[in-house]
Every structure is written in structure tokens, then in C-alpha cells.
Design a protein around this ligand. Structure first.
Ligand code: ADE
Ligand code: ZN
Length: 326
């Protein structure tokens, strides 16, 4: 029995993937050339070498800089298409993708340029690969709530392409309560809600994202472990947590994968899913995360299958699609 092969072949679902974080250095250079932009790196190797971070903010600085090469609808198509090709290669059959419109609208790129490119790639991924996908529009928490509300207003003509809203970027100093109003507006519009919480920030952010933003998934959530009562409540409610092991190592949330609290989270009965976050920056896609964790934590095939099933259950796919994925 070949466990790595088993993990490759099992049907997988990804619930925490920033499309801007799937921009590989090779594509970044190609788009820079196409758009006549000079990158502050001599080569792909040079750029890769810069991918060493001491915390979330150091990563975000490079991630926003990298995103500047994305300018046209074709660029957004190419970005998403490259990710769907890796999904097809790795048997990821359903994916719920974050995008950050403000990263682009702040640079004068229209929101429809972003959405049109992403939606065209999604349609082609379905017809060519049978991969299904939903888009989740994230608000950047280092910007104001007014800016988030403006973004939600600008997205109104495209809501049929957006399953929900999320909250990402710098967690420190930008707690969930800052975005209560825009999340209430999103709920009124019938959108699903998720938020990054308890990645670098305290367990209170997990509790408040749940309580005040009324989210149906928590992105990361690893620091919930610092509050035992909260852990019991999250487990009892089977609130899905989209955990990103490689990300937590690269951003020094944990020192080494072997010290990751995943085993503890599973032992506490939390509804854990495994995800890649920003695979181009963190050293691997969903399959790589699953394979490394399975080695490090000696997971059984049954445990792997359970984690994959957790992601199916936590997804916003239709009941019909969920049964196909199970
Ligand atoms: N944006 C992209 N990746 C992120 C992460 N891991 N945390 C917060 N914001 C992000
Ligand atoms: Zn993330």
C-alpha cells in the first residue's frame, strides 16, 4: 500500500486558497514582462530566495507587491487557470477560492476586470476538467470598514459569481468587531461568511468572528486552543476550521511542522480541514500539505479520508455535488 499515492488519488476539496497567493514566480515574471513592469528581482531564483518570512506582515508585504503584475482580465484568467491545472493534476475536485478585490481596485483595476477573468477560468475548469469552484470575496482588514462597504457595493452586479465574503490580511490590530456592519450587510444579501481568525491573533478573535460576524467557517483558527471553553463550543457546533499547515510553518505561527497543533485539534474533536493558503509562497499545494502532514503525524488512510470528508461537509457545494465528492 502506497500512502502517498492514496493521498494523491483520493477526491480532495480545498476551502482556503488565496488566488493571489497561487501566483508562482515564473508566472509573475511572465506577467511583469507582458505588462512592462520591472520587478525588483533579477530572476525567478532571486525572487524565490526572498520567500522567507518571520511573520504574517513580512509575507503580506511581498504578496501585495507580487500582485501588482496582475492588470488585465487575461492576467486574472491565467492566474486562476494555472491553479486549476494544479487542482486537476492533484485531483482537487472542488475548491472555494478567495480573492482580494481591494488589492487591485486600490491600484485602479476595475473589479469587473478581476471577476471576469476569474469567472472565465472557473467555467473552463468545469468544462475541461469537471472541477467545481466557488469564489469568496475577502475584505482587507488593514483597510477601513467603509472601504469594505464600498467594495461590497461595487460587487453587487456580480453577486451571482460570489458565494460569500471573507476577511483577511493583518490580524493584529484589526479584530473582527471592526467589520460587523459590512458582514451584516453581506448576510442581508444572502452571502455566506467566513473570516481569518486565530492565525496570529488571539482566541478572542475566533469567538468574536463567530459571535459578531456570524461566520460559518473559521479560517486558520489554530489559536482557539488557548481558550478551552471555546474549543468545546467549536467542537460541539462542528464549526469548520480551515487549517493551513505549511502556511503556519512559513509564517512562524509554529516553529516546525512536527510542532503543529493539528493532532491536538483532532483529538479535541474540532472539525479540521487541511488547506494550502498561499501555495506559491509557502512551498506546496493541498496535496503537498496532506502528504507532509500524513508523514509527520503518521496519519492512517482512514484519518486522511476523514479530513477530506470534513472539507466536503464544510464546503458550500450543493448537496448533489457533495454526494458526488463523498
Ligand atoms: N492573505 C493571504 N494569505 C493570508 C493569510 N494567511 N492570513 C491573512 N491574510 C492573508
Ligand atoms: Zn489565508
Amino acid at each position: 500500500f502506497n500512502q502517498q499515492d492514496f493521498i494523491k488519488k483520493i477526491a480532495k476539496v480545498e476551502l482556503h486558497l488565496h488566488i493571489e497567493g497561487s501566483l508562482e514566480p515564473e508566472l509573475m515574471f511572465k506577467l511583469a514582462k507582458r505588462n512592462d513592469i520591472t520587478l525588483p528581482y533579477a530572476s525567478v531564483e532571486d525572487l524565490r530566495k526572498a520567500y522567507q518570512f518571520n511573520n504574517l506582515q513580512e509575507f503580506l508585504d511581498l504578496y501585495y507587491q507580487g500582485a501588482e503584475v496582475l492588470q488585465t482580465e487575461q492576467d486574472f484568467f491565467d492566474l486562476a487557470w494555472a491553479y486549476f491545472e494544479t487542482c486537476h493534476r492533484d485531483n482537487v475536485l472542488h475548491t472555494e477560492i478567495f480573492f482580494d478585490p481591494q488589492t487591485h481596485t486600490e491600484r485602479g483595476i476595475a473589479i469587473y476586470t478581476v471577476i471576469n477573468g476569474l469567472v472565465r477560468a472557473k467555467q473552463q475548469a468545469f468544462t475541461q476538467f469537471g472541477i467545481t469552484c466557488e469564489y469568496i470575496m475577502c475584505f482587507l482588514r488593514h483597510l477601513s470598514q467603509d472601504s469594505a462597504i464600498e467594495t461590497l457595493e461595487a460587487a453587487k452586479p456580480y453577486l451571482k459569481h460570489i458565494i460569500g465574503v471573507g476577511l483577511d490580511s493583518s490580524e493584529q490590530g484589526h479584530p473582527p468587531e471592526k467589520f460587523q456592519q459590512v458582514f451584516a450587510m453581506a448576510k442581508q444579501l444572502g452571502l455566506q461568511r467566513v473570516a481569518h481568525a486565530g492565525e496570529e491573533g488571539p482566541a478572542a478573535n475566533v469567538a468574536n468572528a463567530w459571535l459578531l460576524l456570524d461566520v460559518s467557517r473559521i479560517d486558520h483558527g489554530v489559536r482557539c486552543l488557548e481558550d478551552e471553553v471555546l474549543v468545546k463550543e467549536l467542537a460541539a457546533a462542528q464549526m469548520p476550521l480551515t487549517v493551513c499547515p505549511f502556511s503556519n510553518v512559513k509564517l512562524k505561527v509554529v516553529e516546525h511542522l512536527s510542532e503543529h497543533p493539528l493532532p491536538k485539534m483532532l483529538q479535541k474533536g474540532l472539525a479540521v480541514t487541511i488547506n494550502s493558503d498561499d501555495p506559491a509562497y509557502f512551498g506546496g499545494y493541498l496535496l503537498d500539505n496532506l502528504q507532509a502532514c500524513s508523514e509527520t503525524f503518521a496519519w492512517s488512510p482512514l484519518q486522511i479520508a476523514q479530513l477530506c470528508q470534513n472539507a466536503v461537509a464544510a464546503s458550500y457545494a450543493s448537496e448533489q455535488r457533495k454526494s458526488e465528492l463523498s
